[in-house]
Design a protein around this ligand. Structure first.
Ligand SMILES: Cc1cc2nc3c(=O)[nH]c(=O)nc-3n(C[C@H](O)[C@H](O)[C@H](O)COP(=O)(O)OP(=O)(O)OC[C@H]3O[C@@H](n4cnc5c(N)ncnc54)[C@H](O)[C@@H]3O)c2cc1C
Length: 490
C-alpha cells in the first residue's frame, strides 16, 4: 500500500479518465482542460503533503512495510480517531477550510464501509461483506480518489421516485444478471466527479421504498455508461487569477450531474442490492454515515472559521472599525462559532463509542448537532464579513493592471490606503474578501455550507425523531419535577 504523490494521482487519472461533458462537448482529456486544472493541481498538492517531511508521519501510517494514507485507516480507538483528526487539521489548514471534497472525505467512507463488512453489509448475504472489504483493499491499496452521488435529481420532491414520469430518474436497478446489476437513472450533484477515479452511490433517503432504488455500490468512475456533465467552471480569467481571485484560483471544485446510462455495476462493487431495510441505517444507526461525515465537516469548518475570523479582524483593522462595539460583537460571534466547533470535535471524540465490530465512532449527537448548527453558522459568518466590510467589499479598483499604470497609481496610493495599510495591501485584502463571500465561487461555497449535508429545514426537523432517546431523557427530567409537585387534594 503506497501513499501517493500528486504525480501518481495525475498519472492514474490520465489512464482512467471518466466520461465528462463540459460546455456541450465531450472532454478529450480532463487533465488538460482549463475547467479542471485548478482542482486537479490542488489535489495533487495535497497528495504531495504525504511525502513532505514536515507532515509525512502524521498524514501516513506504516502498513505492510510501506506507508498508507492515514485517512484510509479504520479507527479502533479514541487515539486512532484523534490521529485522523490531526491529519485532517493539516489538510484543511492547508486548504483554509475550503475544498471540502479533498481525498480524505470519501477515503473515510470506504474505511467505515469495510469496518461494517460483517455486521451490516454481509449479515444477510456474505458476498456484500466480502465486497466491502474488497473495495477497501482496492481503494486504500491504490490511494484512490473518490467522488460520491447520493441525491436524486430534483424533478418533483412531492412525488415518490416511482410516481415520476419515468421511474428511472432516481438511479434504480433495471435488471440483475450473472455479471452484475444494470443501473439507470441520475444523481443531482457529485462534486469532484470529473477528476475522480471511483464513485460511491447510494440514496440518501428512503424517498421510495421500492426495492429497485435500494442500491449501493462503489465502482470505477470510468465504467461504461457512467457520464458526468460538469457545471461551468468559476476559474478566474487568465493572468489575473491570483491577484483578483485568490480563493477561486486555488480552491475551485468542480460539481457535476451524474448519469447512469444502463451502467453494468459488477457484482464485486455492489454493497446493497434490493435490500430496502438497509438504506436508512446507512445514514442513521447502523453504518451511521451521518456521524462520520458530520464529524468530518466540523473539522473542515474549524479551519474555515479560523480563516474567516482572521479575515474579519483584518478587514476591521484596515478600515479602522475594530474597536467599535457593534463590530466587536460580530467578531466575538465568529470566535464563538469557532470555539463551539472546536469543542464539538473534541467532545465527539471523547464521547465516542467502541462498537462491537471494533470500530471507534465519534459521538453522533454531538457531531451531527454541531454540523447542523454550522449549516446556519457558516452562512452567518459570510454575512458578518459582508456587514463588517460595507461598500469596501466592492474592491475598487481591483485589477493588478491598475496598480501597474503610473497614470493612476498615484491616485490609488493616495485614496485607497487603509488604516495602517498601503493601497496595495488594502486592495489585496478586499479582493480576497470579495472572492470569499461574493464571487461565483463564494456563492457556491455558501450554498455548499447550507445544503451539502442535506436541506437544513429537513435536517433540523428530523432531529427530534432521530435523537429520540435524548428527547425522552429531557422530558423525563421535567416530568420528574412535575410529579414531585403536590397535587391538589381530591
Ligand atoms: C455545492 C454543493 C455540492 C454538493 N456536492 C454533493 C456531492 O458531492 N454529492 C452528493 O451526493 N450531493 C452533493 N450535494 C447535494 C446535496 O447533497 C443536496 O443538495 C442536499 O442533500 C439537499 O438536498 P436537495 O438539494 O435535494 O434539497 P431538498 O431536500 O429537495 O430541499 C430543497 C427545498 O425543498 C424543501 N423540501 C424538500 N423536501 C421537503 C420535505 N419533505 N418537507 C419539507 N420541505 C422539503 C427544503 O426545505 C428545501 O427548501 C451538493 C450540494 C451543493 C449545494
Amino acid at each position: 500500500m503506497v501513499a501517493r504523490r500528486g504525480e501518481d494521482y495525475i498519472e492514474s487519472l490520465r489512464q482512467r479518465q471518466p466520461t465528462v461533458y463540459y460546455d456541450g462537448r465531450r472532454v478529450d482529456d480532463v487533465l488538460n482542460h482549463p475547467a479542471f486544472k485548478i482542482p486537479i493541481q490542488t489535489l495533487a498538492r495535497i497528495y504531495d503533503l504525504q511525502h513532505d517531511p514536515r507532515y509525512r508521519d502524521r498524514l501516513t501510517i506504516p502498513h505492510n512495510g510501506d506507508r498508507m494514507n492515514i485517512t484510509y485507516m479504520i479507527p479502533r480507538s479514541k487515539e486512532d480517531l484523534r490521529r485522523i483528526r490531526e491529519a485532517l487539521n493539516i489538510i484543511y489548514d492547508n486548504l483554509l477550510g475550503f475544498f471540502g471534497r479533498c481525498y480524505d472525505y470519501l477515503n473515510m467512507w470506504v474505511a467505515i464501509f469495510a469496518a461494517h463488512a460483517w455486521d451490516f453489509f454481509g449479515d444477510r448475504d456474505k458476498r456484500f461483506g466480502e465486497n466491502a472489504l474488497g473495495i477497501y483493499e482496492r481503494c486504500s491499496g491504490n490511494d484512490t480518489f473518490l467522488t460520491h452521488a447520493i441525491v436524486a435529481p430534483m424533478v418533483d420532491r412531492s412525488r415518490k421516485a416511482s410516481e415520476l414520469i419515468d421511474p428511472y430518474i432516481q438511479a434504480a436497478i433495471v435488471e440483475k444478471n450473472s455479471r452484475g446489476v444494470l443501473v439507470r437513472g441520475a444523481a443531482m450533484v457529485s462534486t469532484a466527479a470529473p477528476y475522480s477515479e471511483e464513485i460511491i452511490y447510494f440514496p440518501n433517503l428512503l424517498r421510495d421504498p421500492h426495492p429497485r432504488y435500494a442500491l449501493a455500490f462503489v465502482c470505477p468512475s470510468n465504467l461504461d455508461g457512467i457520464k458526468f456533465i460538469a457545471r461551468r467552471s468559476f476559474r478566474p480569467r487568465e493572468g489575473y487569477g491570483e491577484f483578483e481571485y485568490p480563493i477561486s484560483s486555488r480552491f475551485e471544485e468542480s460539481d457535476a450531474f451524474v448519469i447512469f446510462d444502463n451502467a453494468l455495476i459488477p457484482w464485486e462493487d455492489v454493497l446493497i442490492c434490493e435490500d430496502v431495510d438497509k438504506i436508512i441505517p446507512m445514514m442513521w444507526g447502523g453504518v451511521y454515515m451521518k456521524a462520520w461525515f458530520n464529524y468530518h465537516f466540523n473539522i473542515q469548518y474549524y479551519s474555515r472559521l479560523k480563516f474567516l475570523t482572521g479575515l474579519a479582524f483584518l478587514i476591521t483593522q484596515a478600515i479602522g472599525t475594530e474597536k467599535f462595539i457593534n463590530v466587536q460583537e460580530k467578531l466575538g460571534e465568529l470566535l464563538i462559532y469557532l470555539n463551539l466547533t472546536r469543542a464539538s470535535i473534541i467532545a465527539a471524540e471523547d464521547e465516542g463509542e467502541k462498537l462491537p465490530n471494533g470500530l471507534y465512532r465519534p459521538n453522533p449527537e454531538i457531531a451531527v448537532s454541531a454540523s447542523h448548527f454550522n449549516m446556519k453558522a457558516l452562512p452567518r459568518a459570510f454575512e458578518i464579513i459582508k456587514l463588517l466590510s460595507g461598500g469596501a467589499l466592492v474592491s475598487l479598483p481591483s485589477s493588478i493592471r491598475d496598480l501597474e499604470n503610473p497614470e493612476i497609481r498615484r491616485y490609488i496610493d493616495k485614496y485607497l490606503v487603509g488604516s495602517g495599510v498601503s493601497a496595495v495591501e488594502r486592495i489585496k485584502l478586499f479582493n480576497l474578501a470579495w472572492d470569499v463571500v461574493s464571487s461565483e465561487m463564494g456563492q457556491r461555497y455558501e450554498l455548499y455550507d447550507r445544503f451539502s449535508r442535506g436541506d437544513p429545514t429537513v435536517m433540523w426537523s428530523r432531529m427530534p425523531m432521530q435523537f429520540n432517546e435524548q428527547k425522552e431523557e429531557c422530558i423525563r427530567l421535567v416530568k420528574e419535577l412535575l410529579d414531585s409537585i403536590p397535587n391538589p387534594k381530591a
